[in-house]
Design a protein around this ligand. Structure first.
Ligand SMILES: [Mn+2]
Length: 543
């Protein structure tokens, strides 16, 4: 890779040479991560690439209007094929088949020569590399945020990664790191990539524009946030001109609430309380209440921004929600100059000045009072609102200054973990302190950041929601008809011609796809019986 090229040029170069591209984005998907993923997939398919989209968590209902959204997988297949090669110098291929020996938990592959005689030394084997030849990570500051997609993370070290993002905390884990701090959203960065890829033919169509505009609208809260830049407005205008369905996006993102969401909001609003001394409002919702309304945790996200944040005469709003044995705290500043990341920091959390979050192990009942009293005493001890017009410092602009510590390194009374806010907030830093040094930083292969700047930006915002994670149920193989495994030679094979069963790499593939359900599944479980033979289906004989 030519290091003198810009990250954009390097990205274009890698994409041009790749065939099978995996697009991944962070846990707890949002409008930017989803819109960007979908737009990029649509574009890459247009230029003849095969793409797979993956996000470790399911998306919220409000995003269902986006094209192709149901194609986003929650799991990626990281399994690798075992390739058995047979040298044909001594014999020509006649028939090829296999049989499974249940007792010994083995499969035998039988190759009958058409003429000549095979020698034992004609056989060799190797493990085929990862299925994908390129990974593009979108809107994701580090591998941890990819959740189960990066567990194990081997594939991210074996396959080149293009890391496209706009978060200051990005760890630059890619081979190419295109991190534009001045961009409002990853979608905005992609507009420039799409232009570069579409030199020969324009690629921006209605669907792509709608996906990208969703990302821009989401990350700027419909251009309300302070991170809204002139460029983002120009790009948005360009997208609307290309047919982006702005009204449909607004309707789905902001004007459509399911009855379940409204019920949950009702519960939350009913329980809102004010702490006069601490100058904040708070509400809390437990697991049962979430379940009773029929909504999911994803429905909680919007209420802070849409309702609680409108409260007057308080400094900030706090919402506690119980999820999977943890209490999640979400914070929004209301009064100008209040930095809620300081509050989140009390519990090992982090975030930005205007929005932050934390997570505490335990249930709501036992932790609520503890959390509230800790906040109150911190407020009492002099966390005063900052003066308006104060010159932003690295702290006030939301550069997280908390150090990330595993619970073992930071013994605290309660096990806390740092979380990132569900809803991305404005990257004020991006606007106020664009750091050319970082933007210009050239690709580094999966290395820890070495520069001072990079260290400073080491993300302490780490999110472990896992709340929406519903790994796809994989079919079990119990139902497999055992009779199919009987070692009886089937005679209906055809001539071993290459064309019908050779894939792009020239490797024979069984017409009976062995359903590789998941890498987590025991190999022997994953092997399904061959389906009933179809005459002339291929030249591989099953017996
Ligand atoms: Mn984003």
């Amino acid at each position: 890779m030519d290091q003198t090229l810009s990250p954009k040029q390097q990205a274009v170069d890698l994409i041009t040479r790749a065939q099978d591209i995996l697009i991944v984005s962070h846990r707890n998907p949002d409008g930017d991560s989803l819109g960007s993923t979908l737009a990029l997939s649509l574009i890459l398919e247009k230029i003849g690439k095969k793409t797979t989209m993956a996000c470790p968590d399911t998306h919220g209902q409000i995003f269902s209007f986006l094209p192709k959204i149901s194609d986003i997988l929650q799991k990626i297949n990281t399994s690798k094929d075992l390739v058995i090669s047979v040298d044909l110098k001594n014999a020509h291929l006649g028939k090829l088949g296999y049989k499974k020996i249940e007792k010994e938990n083995k499969v035998e592959i039988l190759i009958t020569p058409e003429d000549g005689r095979f020698e034992e030394g004609d056989v060799s084997s190797h493990i085929k590399g990862a299925k994908y030849d390129l990974i593009i990570s979108l809107d994701t500051p580090n591998l941890e945020r990819l959740g189960s997609l990066a567990e194990p993370a081997d594939i991210f070290y074996e396959v080149p990664v293009i890391n496209i993002d706009h978060h200051p905390a990005n760890e630059r884990f890619g081979k190419v790191n295109w991190v534009e701090l001045v961009a409002t959203s990853t979608a905005e960065v992609l507009v420039s990539l799409i232009e570069a890829l579409g030199k020969d033919k324009p690629l921006l169509d209605e669907q792509v524009a709608t996906c990208l505009l969703t990302g821009l609208i989401y990350d700027t809260s419909s251009f309300q946030n302070v991170n809204t830049t002139p460029k983002s407005l120009t790009v948005a205008a360009q997208l609307v001109a290309a047919g982006a369905k702005q009204q449909e996006i607004i309707k789905n993102l902001y004007k459509t609430k399911s009855l379940e969401t409204l019920k949950l909001w009702g519960v939350i609003l009913q329980k809102v309380q004010e702490d006069k001394e601490g100058r904040f409002i708070y509400s809390a919702v437990n697991k049962d209440e979430i379940e009773q309304t029929g909504s999911d945790e994803g429905a909680i996200g919007g209420i802070l921004d849409e309702l609680l944040k409108s409260a007057t005469d308080v400094d900030f709003a706090l919402l506690l929600s119980e999820r999977d044995g943890q209490v999640h705290g979400s914070l929004r500043s209301i009064a100008k100059g209040i930095d809620v990341s300081v509050i989140a920091d009390l519990f090992g959390g982090g975030g930005h000045e205007v929005a932050a979050a934390f997570r505490v192990e335990g249930n709501l009942q036992e932790k609520q009072d503890l959390i509230l009293s800790k906040i109150k005493s911190s407020r009492a001890s002099g966390d005063q609102p900052k003066e308006d017009g104060e010159i932003p410092t690295s702290e006030t602009v939301g550069i997280p200054t908390v150090s990330v510590g595993k619970p073992t390194e930071e013994p605290k009374s309660e096990a806390v973990e740092v979380v990132e806010e569900e809803k991305p907030v404005e990257e004020k830093l991006a606007e106020e302190e664009p750091n050319p040094k970082v933007i210009e930083e050239k690709a580094e292969t999966a290395k820890a950041p070495t520069s001072e700047v990079a260290k400073e930006e080491k993300p302490e915002i780490e999110e472990k929601p896992e709340m929406e994670e519903k790994p796809a149920e994989l079919p079990k193989d119990e139902s497999e008809p055992k009779s199919e495994l009987k070692p009886e030679m089937k005679a209906e094979s055809t001539e071993p011609t290459k064309d019908s069963n050779e894939d792009a790499d020239g490797i024979f593939s069984f017409s009976t796809q062995i359903p590789k359900s998941s890498d987590a599944v025991e190999p022997q479980e994953a092997i399904a019986p061959p389906p009933p033979p179809e005459p002339n289906s291929d030249s591989l004989t099953k017996w």
